[in-house]
Design a protein around this ligand. Structure first.
Ligand SMILES: *Cc1c(COP(=O)(O)O)cnc(C)c1O
Length: 462
């Protein structure tokens, strides 16, 4: 790089560092929702492609000026919208280096610096979650792609067992694949099935917390035969509930089905001795999807797809090509044999950094703190006039409602407009609800107390 370009690059990074420091330090005090809309952001950034370029540092200054007021403070410890995590310091810094290092992390022998960190992170995740040691781990963009990756392996394997090779024949003429899901599975399971050409799943009845009913699953399994996939859930986005894995996996395996578990945030309960009972028997499933950008609080984006059967994963995701350097050994697959992507950033490296920074005890403490904060929030909310907590708060989700849907919606709006705490509105079990999803490493008792005070103010304003 010429000296001038080097200096420009350093200057831009310095502007970015200062801006990030200001943003992170101001997080606790700034109003959570974006304070300007998308049109104002575009105006501030400048709408027209400039004829001539400008120095990198000026570009970054413009970006900070234009975009910052349009940011929603997702990493604020009082942000409880949807299911979104915060960002841990070591993970942010590691993420920056992943960009600066520019390692296209698909081949072990070519980019050992980043694959090494990813393989360690993968092994630690398997260890923390108590999953089979030989399982293959893929770092993908999120829970959606983790579901997709696992369900691809599932589809191909159940069809292979039925004598149909998808890689050769495609889906034309294949026996029908039954996919059974709980009535309250996450939409990304349906979207994955759509992308996979499997059509709509059979929705199996769920109980009042959204858990799949094993008697209904058994009935549905008995209704047909042939290639079957059962997708279970660890962590319902409304109730936080976990499917009854032990009995559901028994029933599914007895019918010869592949069992997948969508545990985008909930799978992490397995890391905590106190909460592990919620995930009992998950290790007997065939594949698991989870996120690092939720519970673990690494920056977007990082999901994790885990498949117990290496051959099934390799067959579903593997690539070949003379110009690629295939270094598969008995012991290790190259990353590009596990992910839908070929070229990819080393998104497992920030996960390595987060786990290294927390250690085993810190990771357990994180999971326990999230669940503890959710239960403290629920207790505080239940004590407020007219507030009903609708779910059994077993993990990190709290779902509340007021006397009627209009008032519940008004409470959500007033809370968000106040800027101090953020929860998102939804519908669950035919009621308008306000959801508090505790998914940020920084959420503690102070954040809970400030949130409860903000809800009290919002309540008295509607
Ligand atoms: C968030 C979530 C997903 C999707 O994950 P992304 O990381 O947003 O792609 C899937 N399932 C559940 C249960 C989730 O909470």
């Amino acid at each position: 790089m010429p000296d001038e370009a080097k200096r420009a690059s350093v200057a831009a990074l310095e502007v970015a560092t200062r801006a990030a420091e200001r943003y992170l330090e101001g997080l606790d005090e700034r109003s959570i929702p974006a304070s300007i809309g998308i049109d104002e952001v575009k105006d501030a950034l400048g709408r027209d492609l400039p004829e001539h370029g400008e120095p990198p540092a000026e570009v970054i200054e413009r970006l900070v000026r234009g975009s910052e007021p349009g940011l929603i403070a997702i990493p604020n410890p009082r942000f409880f919208g949807w299911v979104m995590g915060g960002t841990q310091p070591a993970a942010i810094a590691a993420d920056w280096l992943v960009s600066a290092w520019d390692q296209n992390t698909g081949m072990r022998d070519i980019t050992p610096g980043t694959v090494g960190a990813e393989e360690l992170a993968a092994a630690w995740i398997i260890d923390l979650l108590g999953l089979p040691a030989q399982a293959e781990v893929a770092f993908v963009t999120g829970g959606m792609m983790a579901n997709f990756t696992c369900l691809t392996a599932a589809r191909d394997e159940v069809l292979r067992r039925a004598g149909h090779n998808v890689a050769e024949k495609g889906l034309a003429g294949c026996p029908p694949v039954r996919v059974l899901v709980g009535a309250e599975r996450h939409d990304t399971v349906d979207k994955s099935l759509r992308l996979l050409g499997l059509g709509a799943a059979v929705a199996v009845d769920a109980d009042d917390q959204g858990r799949i009913r094993v008697d209904a699953l058994e009935r549905e399994l008995a209704r047909g035969e042939g290639p079957t996939i059962v997708a279970l859930q660890a962590g319902n986005v409304h109730s936080g509930a976990f499917d009854p894995f032990d009995a559901a996996i028994d029933a599914a395996h007895a019918a010869g089905a592949w069992v997948h578990i969508d545990g985008a945030f909930g799978l992490w309960a397995a890391a905590s001795p106190r909460l592990r009972g919620l995930t009992r028997a998950i290790e007997r499933a065939d594949s698991w999807a989870t996120d690092a950008h939720k519970t673990l609080s690494v920056p977007y984006d990082c999901g994790v797809a885990i498949v117990a059967d290496r051959a099934a994963m390799r067959a579903a995701m593997g690539v070949s090509g003379a110009y690629l350097s295939v270094t598969d050994s008995e012991e290790h697959l190259d990353p590009y044999h596990r992910t839908p992507e070929l070229s990819r950033r080393a998104r497992g490296v920030p996960t390595w950094a987060a786990l290294r920074a927390m250690g085993r005890s810190g990771t357990i403490a994180l999971v326990d703190r999230l669940a503890g904060s959710a239960s403290a929030l629920a207790t505080g909310l239940a004590g407020m006039p007219g507030v009903e907590v609708l779910n059994d708060v077993v993990f990190t989700q709290v779902c509340i409602a007021l006397e009627d849907d209009d008032r519940t919606a008004a409470l959500g709006e007033a809370l968000r407009a106040g800027g101090e705490a953020f929860a998102s509105s939804s519908r669950w079990r035919d009621r308008g609800v306000l959801r508090f999803s505790v998914s940020n490493w920084g959420t503690d008792q102070v954040a809970v107390d400030r949130t409860l005070a903000a809800v009290r103010r919002a309540l008295s304003s509607i």
